[in-house]
Design a protein. Structure first.
Lengths: 329, 560
């Protein structure tokens, strides 16, 4: 029980640190959001119109009170689930803006993560089992090679080849002409638009799983208990799956939980390249626009996602592997 | 860990929303006959890029005073459209504007205009809109009730079909902002509470289009047959869709999926026009000037002689070529856009070439004469013998600016002035404009017709940036005589006195070189003529393509 209590205590402390950093970091940034908004609306080659900046300041409102008061106020608002109004999408509340982007990312990235994990682990395990064969070389070297390519370049390549050159899939956005909702036309468009971003992600994300799984399993395969299992004449399949793979999987579980938690942060790069209307693209936009309320909510969301996932992984690990509990005792 | 993420590099090219600007105050005159080159027939459909970001679809708001409405061009309308290129006015919801001195402005409001819900549009709606700005300063984009650009208003009242603005002093420079303000329906906006927080989902407007549909990504606008000048609107359906960067836009344009684009496409001749010279065109109208800005408070730019010398070292042709593929022409040192503002040029400059020639030898002689002698190592020093060094701050990611910086710094080094370029994030460059902690950078000189507000404020010592505000006089030029001239110019409401009071400012530009004009900065439209013709062009610059899209649309007719 002590193990779980400690983990939970750690979770609460980290959460507080995250919330506090989340309050202070944007306030350390230079730049005036009102000026930035006006300038963006006017374009690069334009003089800043002072009357418009004044109006924009009046609209966005300046924070009042001392930093401490602002901080207390911020915590209070957070507890009540009030994240304020977005600057860029004024006068819509941050929660409404995030609500629009939320499902795009959740569906896309969750599916990609699950597929990557399952595919990566299976490939990695098989490569380890058949180590030093041609299959192993192709998978291991292939992933190492793909892993060195800049994911940005890779996304652009996918976009160029399948989007522009072959024209098989739409190149930007989440859908085209359908009305979002549970209708066939929309689902079709959403799937075809999600295909290229998913592909770009699927090329890169499994690599970590493949290599991690392969290496752990290769180590496990050298252990005495495997030798014993083989000596006892257990079938290969059974040795590979029930003994080696099962043990090698354990470290990946934590990683997978974290990856799922990271889903809330979106896939900034890929979403930006494919102009996919998800959380990652929104986060990128909030950064460039200095949309502090939106940025704070998004950062908090992704941090909390990772923290919760971390807690879940810790707890799960304690259940899965009794040694973890005992060791810390 | 398998999560592969990198930081995004987002250079959101700010699509210009319709910030209509500029004017010399005066009365609006009806612009005669629209020369339509096409058959005059109807156009079934045109597609323009979205005005709002497509990132978060589904958040529909048509409130024209929200920072980012779905469209700010096609629904709500303004009083008068003033084309910043020619300074010509086209009456819109107001038929006429009349100044009495600089402190009383009267608009004759157009009769017979109907809101989309069938209610008549009246002078009361106009008065309501401007009084709402008094109640909610966040709406006051033209600064009607504040001291920015002239004295604040004391009252705005509707009298019959007239609306009268009374100001506590000279307010002529506010004219641009006032005529460009979108007029709201009183019978709707008086009941919505705080209008800045109002989400306008069912716009009641006076414009040529109604909202047909919006699916979170694509906004379909349909023509209103009961529009007050419906005979001039040939476009049946206008689709606003997609936020494109330059390369995406070029692809969409070439494929005919986009009929016009108003953002930057570098080298449009090669990327777009060459694909189909018959149908593909562009018009990059000179809308302002990119000026080389030395900090007048810092050595060596505090010396007008030094500024003059380096002004002759700028190879503007090369700058134009490197930064804009030769599209934007070298700019006149007068600070005026020539030839479109030729009629404002003082007599002594008329007919003369006011674009400074590129003359490295002359620049060298001027530097020698001013005491910036070359040492044995070929490097010049300050007249007192101390070392001379110039640091050029440029916005990282502004590719054209960086190209200009390279040319400038090379020229300075050729002259023997040791110089280097430092690229900084645009926000931090803005910070340097505020603090004055810089030596040399690029700035924009607004080319609008309201010269006191644009050229004037660029030179006025009251407009030096402060710690919190970026104001126009970034170079920190100070001259009491110029300040007086700007004040005088600001009160002028007719062309002749304007021309007279402009002269000292132009003299200052030509002799003091507060900033050095490099090349004109554009207002752009890149368009196809397979469906619609009648776009603005160099021959017929009837509209500023960036700010006056509605006016532009009234000239479009079906291609033959």
């Amino acid at each position: 029980m002590k193990y779980f209590a400690r983990k939970f205590g750690f979770f609460v402390a980290t959460l507080w640190a995250v919330v506090t950093l989340n309050f202070f970091i944007p306030r350390l940034q230079p730049g005036d959001p009102a000026e930035i908004m006006v300038k963006r609306l006017a374009g690069k080659d334009a003089a800043l119109d002072q009357a418009q900046v004044e109006a924009m300041r009046a609209m966005l409102g300046a924070p009042t009170g001392s930093l401490w008061e602002q901080y207390v106020n911020y915590l209070n608002e957070l507890v009540h689930g009030n994240f304020g109004l977005s600057y860029t999408y004024y006068p819509f509340p941050v929660t409404a803006v995030i609500g629009q982007a939320f499902w795009w990312t959740i569906v896309l990235v969750t599916i990609v993560q699950v597929l990557s994990f399952v595919g990566g682990v299976v490939l990695g395990a098989y490569a380890a089992w058949r180590r030093n064969t041609r299959f192993d070389s192709v998978v291991t070297l292939g992933s190492t090679f793909l892993g060195t390519i800049n994911p940005f370049a890779l996304s652009l390549l996918v976009l160029y080849v399948f989007g522009y050159t072959l024209g098989w899939f739409p190149t930007s956005g989440g859908y085209e002409e359908a009305t979002p909702g549970w209708n066939w036309a929309f689902i079709q468009e959403a799937v075809s638009h999600a295909f290229l971003p998913a592909l770009a992600l699927l090329i890169v994300t499994p690599i970590g799983w493949i290599l991690g799984m392969r290496n752990t399993m290769v180590l496990n395969l050298g252990e005495d208990y495997i030798r014993l299992a083989k000596a006892k004449g257990l079938p290969d399949r059974s040795v590979a799956l029930k003994y080696a793979a099962r043990n090698a999987l354990l470290p990946s579980v934590t990683g997978f939980a974290l990856a799922l938690g990271g889903v809330l942060g979106g896939a900034i790069l890929v979403e930006t390249v494919f102009d996919y209307p998800g959380l990652g693209r929104l986060m990128g936009e909030a950064v460039t626009q200095k949309d502090y309320p939106l940025l704070q909510a998004l950062m908090l969301m992704s941090a909390v996602g990772v923290l919760v996932a971390n807690l879940a992984a810790d707890l799960l690990y304690g259940v899965l592997d009794p040694r973890a509990r005992r060791a810390e005792g | 860990m398998s999560l592969t993420r990198s930081k995004p590099l987002l250079f959101v090219t700010g699509l210009t929303a319709a910030l209509a600007l500029s004017s010399c105050a005066g009365s609006a005159a009806q612009k005669g006959g629209d020369a339509a080159a096409g058959g005059g027939g109807m156009i079934a459909q045109l597609t323009f890029p979205s005005e709002a970001d497509a990132t978060v679809g589904g958040l529909a708001n048509y409130n024209p005073y929200a920072p980012k409405p779905l469209t700010s061009t096609w629904l709500y309308e303004q009083l008068i459209v003033r084309n910043a290129l020619t300074c010509e006015e086209t009456p819109w919801l107001a038929e006429k504007a009349t100044w009495e001195g600089g402190n009383k402005l009267t608009f004759d409001i157009r009769q017979g205009v109907k809101w989309t819900d069938g209610q008549p549009f009246t002078a009361k709606d106009v008065a309501f809109t401007f009084n709402l700005m008094k109640q909610y300063p966040a709406l006051d984009k033209p600064g009607v009730w504040t001291g920015t650009f002239g004295a604040p208003a004391t009252s705005v009242t509707a009298e019959g079909n007239k609306v009268v603005f009374a100001f506590s002093g000279n307010a002529a420079p506010k004219y641009d902002g006032i005529i460009a303000s979108k007029i709201l329906p009183e019978h709707v906006y008086s009941k919505v509470g705080d209008p800045t927080k109002y989400v306008d989902k069912t716009p009641v407007s006076t414009g040529p289009f109604k909202v047909g549909s919006y699916n979170g990504r694509q906004l379909v606008l349909v023509r209103r047959p009961d529009y007050w000048q419906a005979d001039k609107i040939k476009v049946q359906k206008l689709i606003l869709e997609g936020q494109y960067d330059a390369s995406q836009a070029a692809l969409k344009l070439r494929a005919g999926q986009l009929d016009a684009y108003f953002g930057e496409i570098p080298n449009p001749e090669k990327t777009f026009v060459s694909a189909d010279p018959k149908n593909n065109h562009y018009y990059y109208a000179p809308n302002g000037i990119t000026v080389l800005t030395g900090n007048n408070e810092r050595k060596p730019f505090n010396d007008a002689k030094f500024r003059e010398a380096i002004s002759y070292a700028m190879n503007k042709e090369e700058i134009s070529l490197k930064a804009t593929y030769g599209v934007m022409k070298p700019a006149s040192q007068t600070g005026l856009k020539l030839p479109s503002m030729e009629n404002l040029l003082p007599q002594k400059y008329a007919g003369k070439d006011t674009v400074l020639p590129y003359d490295l030898a002359k620049a060298g002689q001027l530097l020698d004469a001013a005491g910036y002698k070359k040492g044995a190592d070929g490097k010049r020093t300050m007249p007192d013998g101390s070392p001379l060094a110039v640091n050029f701050t440029v916005q990282a990611g502004f590719i054209d600016y960086q190209a200009i910086a390279d040319v400038v710094v090379k020229a300075l080094n050729d002259l023997g002035v040791p110089s280097k370029v430092t690229a900084s994030a645009p926000d931090s460059v803005d910070g340097q404009k505020k603090t004055g902690d810089y030596q040399l950078m690029l700035e924009y000189l607004h080319g609008g017709c309201e010269l006191a507000k644009n050229l004037g404020n660029k030179l006025s010592s009251t407009q030096i940036p402060t710690k919190t505000e970026v104001l126009p006089n970034v170079q920190r030029f100070k001259d009491p005589a110029v300040d007086a001239a700007v004040t005088k110019l600001a009160s002028d409401v007719d062309r002749e006195s304007q021309k007279r009071d402009l002269e000292p400012l132009i003299d200052t530009m030509m002799t003091q070189f507060p900033v050095t004009s490099l090349i004109y900065a554009p207002a752009r439209v890149i368009y196809r003529t397979d469906k619609a013709v009648g776009w603005p062009s160099e021959k017929d610059p009837y509209a500023n393509p960036q700010d006056d899209k509605l006016l532009m649309l009234t000239h479009l007719t079906a291609a033959k």
